[in-house]
Write a protein that binds this ligand. Structure first.
Ligand SMILES: Nc1ncnc2c1ncn2[C@@H]1O[C@H](COP(=O)(O)OP(=O)(O)O)[C@@H](O)[C@H]1O
Ligand SMILES: [Mg+2]
Length: 252
């Protein structure tokens, strides 16, 4: 296997936002007299280059809107960049925004099959791992209930349980540890540590700086779609906290 798990070269992603704020009479009148609609291009990622090696646990931090979820979605190939090159070497288990990939009308069990197949397991493999998945998710009593009736914590547990049972080489986690209760968070952290010992690669988006300090071997700070710092968690977290404190001070 190659040494590099994830390679991003000059990756950029922009969204075209078409503003049509018909929130006031003035707005409506103005838009009627405008020749063209205002199109704004928003740069969610701006020339991001990163090399992540197998076995690294990278904490990805940054204020809301800095591009963290976009970066993970690009690595998971859920969205495509406008420019740049990506290389991903290894089986990816994406734990992206809560509930993505879950069908509310299907039961927990049906969703396990649905997600397992999407993540590359065979029906046979899912059947074998099912008891362990359900136990990990602590959903024994609710596995035949439609996911619509689940709390966000239950959806998270099921998503996490399926993902960790797919034998992934690369795990992407987008703020997933912020949702569950404390006991489940501990269980997830233990699982993450187990994965680290097995040499798997983890990319973790988190707003919990203690968690980042605790589990990451490297930290990348994104701001306005650019890499602001990349290095030892302690240093990058300290820089980031100084920056956010300064922002808050200025806002007062
Ligand atoms: N589908 C989309 N359409 C338009 N803008 C988007 C879309 N997804 C994200 N954005 C914008 O891109 C920027 C980065 O978003 P995101 O990657 O979700 O940031 P983060 O996860 O760090 O909060 C934000 O300004 C967000 O509003
Ligand atoms: Mg996000």
């Amino acid at each position: 296997m190659k040494d590099t798990a994830i390679l991003l070269e000059h990756v950029s992603k922009s969204y075209r936002l078409s503003h049509q704020p018909y929130s006031s009479l003035k707005g409506i009148l103005l838009s009627m007299f405008r020749y063209r609609r205002r199109i704004e291009v928003h740069q969610a990622l701006n020339d991001v280059s990163l090399t992540i090696r197998h076995g690294e646990t990278v904490g990805l931090i940054g204020v809301n809107g800095s591009g963290k979820s976009t970066l993970l979605a690009i690595i998971a190939r859920v969205i495509r960049p406008n420019a740049g090159r990506i290389e991903v070497n290894g089986r990816v288990a994406p734990l992206l925004q809560l509930g993505v990939g879950f069908h509310p009308d299907l039961t927990g069990l049906e969703n396990v099959y649905f997600n397992g197949i999407i993540l590359g397991l065979t029906r046979q493999q899912i059947a074998e791992r099912l008891p362990s998945i359900v136990r990990f998710a602590e959903l024994e009593e609710f596995i035949d209930t439609p996911v619509r009736a689940y709390s966000s914590g239950m959806v998270l547990r099921l998503g996490f349980a399926v993902a960790v049972h797919t034998d992934p080489e690369i795990i992407l986690m987008d703020e997933v540890l912020a949702v569950g209760d404390e006991a489940f968070q501990h269980k997830c952290l233990r699982k993450i540590q187990e994965f680290q010992h097995e040499g798997r690669t983890i990319l973790l988006v988190s707003h919990d700086m203690n968690q980042v300090r605790q589990v990451a071997t490297r930290t990348v700070w994104l701001h306005q779609g650019r890499v602001m710092a990349d290095g030892a968690p302690e240093e990058v977290v300290t820089q980031y906290l100084a920056f956010t404190e300064e922002m808050e001070r200025r806002a007062i």
